[in-house]
Design a protein. Sequence first.
Length: 87
Amino acid sequence: SEVATNHDDYVSRYLETGIKKMMGTQREVVAQRKDGSTFPCVLGLSKCKESGLICGFIRDLTSEKKSQAVILEKERELFNKETQLIK
C-alpha cells in the first residue's frame, strides 16, 4: 500500500522537520496482515513526550464495514418495497 511504501519517508521527514502531518491524527487506511490479506482499519500515530518514541496503533474496521454493508442493503430493500407500494 502507499502508506507502507512511504512509511520510512514519513518518519524521516517528521524527525528532520518536526512538521506533523500524520502525528496526532487518525485516518482510515487498508492494512496488510503477515499472510498478505488486507483489511480496513483506522491508523493513528502519536509521540510519547517522555521518551520521544513514536507509537502507532490500528483498529480493525472489518466487522464495522460488514455491518454497514448489511444496513445499506436493508435500507435499499426497504426503499424498493416503499417505492412499489406507492405505485
